[in-house]
Design a protein around this ligand. Structure first.
Ligand SMILES: Nc1nc2c(c(=O)[nH]1)N[C@H]1C(S)=C(S)[C@@H](COP(=O)(O)O)O[C@H]1N2
Ligand SMILES: [Mo]
Length: 329
């Protein structure tokens, strides 16, 4: 993969590429009010009733102490060499201070400073909808039932920044195998937490359609690349990366990779999703990385690695075509 250095044409100021338009657009706002009331009413986390084991106790303690305190290492991590990134891994110190997480802040370099009140332990995850084995699980017990694997993936935000990070967790297909969706399930919907008391962005942007939601078709959900991350750089996810559990779909724009999941549901009809509901013309449901389809407000031809500032040509499906292209043929 040849690296293209084109600093002169690289001019996408950060303030132009955040969805600020949303907040200034009255029509969207009116639409939002309706969604916001319905969404928030139904989505508050129930008080968790967790099984206590040594591992989750340690995790709870560390998460309760400090956001950037040493996080527990992932045990029995099998490192996968199947997915070459052909680019250097992003420094951890960079990745954890540059995040998109609107529940906390719309400023990427400030998210990490706004997550202290958020507590990803204890945490409960619910599996529901069209599924044979619905249930609610304490997060660490749930995670333990899957073989933990590390995969280094490229990540491409719709805003044109990119990174390469080692996620750890398990394929979503393993989870699906376990919970057995019914034959009429066609989509998988993911829902993030809704707790303005611990998430300043949910207070500040109270009119957005919280909780954050995303969805995949069943084919996409079963694709071997589709990953549930519970760790990054060999340890548990820090809050700003979506602790305690998030989705990673490396061939799609980053907004599909929903963080801090509380619910996974199997549905017959196409679910409404957060950005697609807000601005459908700018954030389509499929959201596959594609240099040939410009975002209405900027080109998608190039991308910039956070930390080093290296510029690369954007690759179709973020370079993962061999794994995913046939789903869209
Ligand atoms: N719940 C939630 N998930 C989210 C977002 C968000 O605002 N809220 N932002 C998305 C976007 S736009 C990107 S690029 C990635 C960023 O992940 P990172 O901060 O771990 O790099 O998270 C995605 N998942
Ligand atoms: Mo993003």
């Amino acid at each position: 993969m040849s690296q293209i250095i084109l600093p002169k044409v690289w001019h996408v100021p950060e303030k132009d590429i955040t969805p600020e338009e949303v907040f200034n657009n009255r029509r969207h706002f009116l639409k939002l009010m309706g969604f916001a009331t319905a969404g928030i009413a139904g989505a508050l986390l129930a008080p968790p009733a967790f099984a206590k084991n040594a591992e989750s106790k340690l995790a709870e303690k560390l998460f309760a102490e400090k956001p950037l305190a040493a996080l527990p290492q992932i045990a029995n991590l099998k490192r996968s060499d199947d997915y070459s990134t052909r680019r250097p891994t992003t420094y951890e110190s960079v990745a954890l201070k540059y995040n998109n997480f609107y529940e906390f802040s719309s400023e990427k370099d400030r998210v990490w400073q706004t997550v202290d009140a958020f507590n990803p332990r204890p945490w409960e995850i619910e599996i529901g909808g069209l599924v044979e084995k619905p249930g609610k699980y304490a997060i660490d017990d749930f995670i333990k039932t899957f073989d933990q694997e590390e995969r280094v993936y490229r990540h491409r935000c719709v805003e044109t920044w990119a990174m390469v990070v080692p996620w750890s967790g398990f394929p979503l297909a393993d989870l699906i195998d376990k919970v057995q969706p019914k034959s009429n399930a066609r989509y998988v919907k993911f829902t993030s937490f809704d707790d303005p008391a611990s998430a300043p962005g949910q207070q500040r942007f109270a009119n957005l359609p919280w909780p954050y939601t995303e969805a995949l078709t069943m084919d996409e959900a079963l694709n071997e690349l589709t990953f549930i991350a519970t760790g990054i750089y060999g340890h548990h996810l820090p809050r700003q990366h979506g602790a305690p559990i998030r989705l990673v779909t490396p061939w799609k724009y980053g907004f599909k990779s929903i963080k801090s999941i509380v619910k996974i549901e199997f549905t017959k009809t196409k679910p409404k999703t957060f950005w697609n509901t807000l601005i459908p013309k700018e954030y389509d449901f499929e959201a596959n990385v594609n240099p040939d389809v410009p975002h209405p407000r900027w080109s998608q031809r190039r991308e910039k690695m956070i930390g080093t500032g290296e510029i690369y040509a954007t690759q179709k499906y973020n370079g993962y075509g061999e794994f995913v292209a046939e789903m869209y043929a």
